[in-house]
Design a protein. Structure first.
Length: 208
């Protein structure tokens, strides 16, 4: 007689399966990993994962959603940790983003894997992705409200995101030449972006 699974049993197995999937999918690509391999890595029968997920796409969606939620939580915690200083908050979020990616490379790479054509079929993945994306604009709105920068928050948030993501992916892909560090590129891109959006101080405005 099959064991009756409690909600805790289901959550525990799904988490363990996603742990394995995160690593294998990031290392080899989702298309190169079979459910049989995932089951073998957990020491269960090849049919066991089907008790928890419809298919491999569902496993990939759940694994990516979990990664986006972890990223969003880290960014939200960083935002809340610096409540009264827009500049310090923005710097803290940048550093948190970099640290999350460097500490969780498998999760980070999988978050942005575009090979899951059916991603929109999984509401939890869509929700988690939107939650993560939203962390890119909140601190920008704070800078605009404080009249430190000018422009559209969504556009600037995406520019800021690109300035973080591009160097990190070059790093993870092994495409940076020796001596070139992702953080240095991020700092340079951030400085260039800031120069284009910063509002002049009152002293600068009077001098002009």
């Amino acid at each position: 007689m099959p064991k009756i699974l409690t909600e805790a049993d289901i959550a525990d197995f799904r988490d363990r399966l996603c742990d394995v999937a995160e690593r294998l999918f990031a290392e080899r690509g989702p298309e190169a990993v079979t459910i049989r391999e995932l089951a073998g890595a957990l020491g269960v029968s090849p049919m066991t994962p089907y008790r928890y997920f419809k298919d491999k796409d569902a496993i990939l969606a759940a694994t990516r959603a979990r990664a986006f939620d972890r990223h969003a939580q880290a960014m939200e915690d960083a935002y809340a940790s610096v409540p009264d200083d827009p500049m310090a908050r923005s710097t803290c979020l940048r550093d948190t983003y970099i640290r999350f990616a460097m500490d969780n490379p498998e999760a980070y790479k999988l978050m942005f894997d575009t090979r899951q054509a059916s991603a929109g079929d999984y509401p939890d993945l869509v929700r988690a992705g939107e939650r993560s994306r939203a962390t890119m604009t909140g601190h920008v709105r704070d800078l605009i409200d404080a009249e430190l920068i000018k422009g559209d928050a969504e556009t600037i948030g995406h520019l800021h995101w690109a300035a973080l993501h591009g160097p990190l992916m070059l790093h993870f892909s092994g495409l940076l030449t020796p001596g070139v560090e992702a953080r240095d590129l991020i700092n340079g891109l951030g400085a260039a972006l800031w120069k284009s959006i910063a509002r002049p101080t009152r002293v600068q405005a009077q001098a002009a």
